[in-house]
Design a protein around this ligand. Structure first.
Ligand code: GLN
Length: 535
């Protein structure tokens, strides 16, 4: 393993006591502050599960699958990382135990370790370290987050790899931050530091001594608790920070900055920089705190149970609301419920100013989504369809305007008029992992279209994650009925965007614009959709 002779710095973030502490947000906030100090930062998420990537996991279990420009299906934390910083991350910025083991086992089969016993230490840990070096290329500082909780069996090779890594690159170049839950016990009326103490004890038994502790709590933790954590975890009191519940995740960078976290980090790593320029964050918070109105968007989907399943979508709607300086209300409408409901749709959509049908897979809830699209089209309510949402708006149009009553998609049916069919190379029973059309593709925008007005550009690039596409055999027919094909991938001859002429605002896209929106620069499609809803 090549030793690191440069002054490259590394921050590793671990979590203790419980999962879902918001390690990703804390990591992203730190990256933002350090980037705003002028440091060239990059980020890495290490996931200890065995899946090669989260692409095959149910979004209800794992949350959204985030897609990078280079077509990796990654953990949703990469979405936070991109939204909080100026970074465009790649495949190498997220890896799993599955990828690490796969590589080592493949190498073993190729004979690369011939004669040796292949073991977790050193072979798995070497592969983890190699990937950390790879992710940190071309940056001065890497922030690496280890998924899961300290004490989990599956995260131990990662923690051992970090320990070795610090030894390799020099302890002075590595900062360990432990984010730990500090629960409030209602019955006792106090915060408890014992879980944090145990978690740090566990870390220390693995040879990792955290330099900074961030207490994750519902409210501000009392000083006496901070004292205890400092004392028992062997961390100076000034190195104990707090991350308390906030109404908007976009407050986290400012909150951590207020406590002096970024200053402490550069002090401990021996870097000199100017103070961070946090004006943009202040503007974001100012817009959230002083809304000039309200907008209600109806999202018709099937993952009603979990906000995390549509993470980037919710964030993109928030960004657009921040841009318009209005308060956003999302009314979640369960597509499955709409399918056979006798309740008039007017009741479901009462007060809704814009209807959004997001991406999705499988046939459940499809008819409900089609009903919602028909409602938006005929009642002239601003409509925005994404991926599956676009495919269904083509089917809806086929069924109700072109009177092709068997219009459907090959995804849901074995027979009918397949207005939507599998792309070349894709099939119902094909190979599962990483096999969709993934990542960034170019799209030419039709002159004079709504899409052109929205993007103010004739060539765009957006990220994809799908297997099906509009069947070109039906394009002429759809056009004659009044559907406009306003975005095309000319190289592959694929429909990327559709819209309707006699509608105040009806636009749908095959790609996922939600992966590229940021709080300071809302995505044009979300921004214009909210603008239309506000009219
Ligand atoms: N299921 C559809 C497809 O594979 C849509 C995918 C999506 O919405 N991301 O094409």
């Amino acid at each position: 393993m090549a030793k690191n002779k440069t002054n490259k710095k590394y921050i590793f973030i671990t979590g203790g006591v419980a999962s879902s502490l918001g390690k990703g947000l804390a990591a992203a906030s730190m990256a933002s502050l350090l980037e705003r100090r002028g440091i060239t930062v990059t980020m890495l998420k290490m996931d200890p599960y065995i899946n090669v990537d989260p692409g095959t996991m149910n979004p209800l279990q794992h949350g959204e699958v985030f897609v990078t420009d280079d077509g990796a299906e990654t953990d949703l934390d990469l979405g936070h990382y991109e939204r909080f910083t100026s970074l465009t991350l790649l495949k190498k910025n997220n890896f799993t135990s599955g990828q690490v083991y796969l590589k080592v086992i493949e190498s073993e089969r190729e004979g690369k370790y011939l004669g040796k016993t292949v073991q977790v230490v050193p072979h798995i840990t070497e592969e983890i370290k190699r990937r950390i070096h790879l992710a940190s290329e071309s940056a001065d500082l890497l922030i690496g987050e280890i998924g899961g909780t300290v004490g989990d069996i599956e995260s131990s090779p990662f923690l051992e790899a970090i320990r070795q890594f610090a030894q390799d690159v020099g302890q002075q170049n590595v900062l360990l931050i432990h984010l730990v839950l500090v629960p409030y016990m209602k019955a006792a009326g106090e915060f408890k530091s014992k879980p944090a103490q145990h978690s740090v004890k566990e870390l220390r038994s693995l040879g990792l001594f955290p330099h900074l502790i961030i207490c994750r709590a519902e409210q501000e933790v009392d000083e006496s608790i901070v004292d205890k954590i400092s004392m028992f975890c062997n961390v100076p009191k000034q190195n104990v920070f707090q991350s308390i519940d906030v109404d908007s995740i976009y407050r986290v960078p400012l909150e951590l900055h207020r406590q002096g976290l970024d200053e402490k980090i550069i002090e401990l790593l021996g870097i000199w920089t100017a103070s961070p320029d946090i004006r943009e964050w202040k503007e974001v918070i100012d817009s959230i705190e002083n809304p000039k109105g309200e907008v209600v968007i109806g999202v018709v989907g099937k993952y009603t149970e979990l906000h995390e399943s549509y993470k980037s979508l919710h964030e993109s709607l928030d960004h657009a609301a921040i841009g318009h300086q209005v308060k956003l209300k999302v009314q979640f409408i369960n597509a499955k419920e709409l399918e056979n409901s006798k309740t008039p749709l007017d009741e479901y959509f009462q007060g809704v100013q814009g209807i959004l049908v997001p991406g999705g897979f499988g046939e459940s809830g499809i008819e409900g989504k089609i009903r919602a699209i028909e409602y938006a089209r005929t009642k002239k309510i601003p409509f925005f369809g994404i991926c599956l949402g676009m495919q269904l708006s083509v089917i809806e149009f086929g069924r109700h305007v072109l009177k092709l009553k068997n219009a459907t998609s090959e995804e849901f049916s074995l027979s009918g008029d397949f207005l939507i069919h599998y792309m070349e190379g894709q099939a119902r029973e094909g190979k599962k992992g990483g096999s969709m059309r993934l990542g960034a593709y170019g799209c030419s925008v039709e002159k004079g279209s709504l899409a052109e007005k929205v993007y103010q550009s004739s060539e765009i690039s957006e990220r994809h994650r799908h297997r099906l596409e509009v069947n070109n055999d039906y394009v002429e027919k759809l056009k004659s009925g009044g559907m406009i094909f306003s975005g095309m991938n000319k190289e592959l001859n694929l429909v990327e965007m559709v819209e309707l002429a006699d509608h105040p605002y009806f636009i749908a896209c095959q790609f996922h614009p939600e992966f590229k929106s940021r709080p300071f620069s809302p995505h044009p499609l979300f921004y214009s959709f909210l603008g239309a809803a506000l009219k």
